[in-house]
Design a protein around this ligand. Sequence first.
Ligand code: ZN
Length: 299
Amino acid sequence: MNIWFILTGFVIGALLGSLVKALADRSLSKRSFWGRSYCTFCKKNLHWYDLFPIISFLILRGRCRYCHKKISIEYLLVEVVLGALVAVTFWQSFPSFQPVSSFQFLLKIFDLLFKTFFITVLSVLILTDIKKMFIPDRVVLPAIVIGFLLSLGLTIYKISYLYYYLNQTPIGRLLLPPKSDYFLRHAIYNASPLLSGVLMAVIIGGFFMSLIIITKGKGMGGGDVKLGAFMGLMLGFPQALIAIILSFLSGAIFSIILIILGRKHFGQSIPFGPFLVIGSLAVIFWGEQILNWYLHLSI
Ligand SMILES: [Zn+2]
């Protein structure tokens, strides 16, 4: 049972991997997101059986079916990596995947959807930023809107479920306004992930914006502001802060290594987006462990 659940995660991730690669490529070459995929050499339209993640690449041995030119190994890599990331997400949520009610079951499914969406968007942005130091607006801006709507939808669902649940019994109805502020307090509690996400989006976006103004645009760009806001929205408090700290740490370590190796000199800029992505992924997968470790350190 468990293994099938994880395998499902891998297949979904691999499918999303080919979407990620297509979105990244089309962003970089300024092509429309709509329209069919074609071979970049012979321009022939590709069929669905040419685009099957991982399997098509292996069957065709990494070559175009029509002109036999070599296809970049990147397709295979992105599909495998996304498959693995989503499989781990599914695996991590499995131990607690014993729903007591359909309400909790839906919450679990939603949590998986939310994380998978976040990982997919981050993967597109890390690819475009590594290649051309470019964070496409037409990916990150819709992602912010969708992330907000997902979070809003979940909040409305939780609060209306609470209302419906209380309203079913005479005792429950005593907890509804105007008799009691119980419902109101719990509604605010249920809305806190959304509120803290929006707050973190504004704080991180504003912080990055002020860094750009102070450093006169060296080292950070407008794309990082939007990516930072997206991270804040999706992770909330304190996870978004941890992700930002990890990003700065990993970016600093990576820069020092490059300088020691003589590949870069001091003050030369490298894209910051990939480190934001790495910090976010670390928090998605090990957020609790990192937080516990930090709290133990500070005691
Ligand atoms: Zn071809």
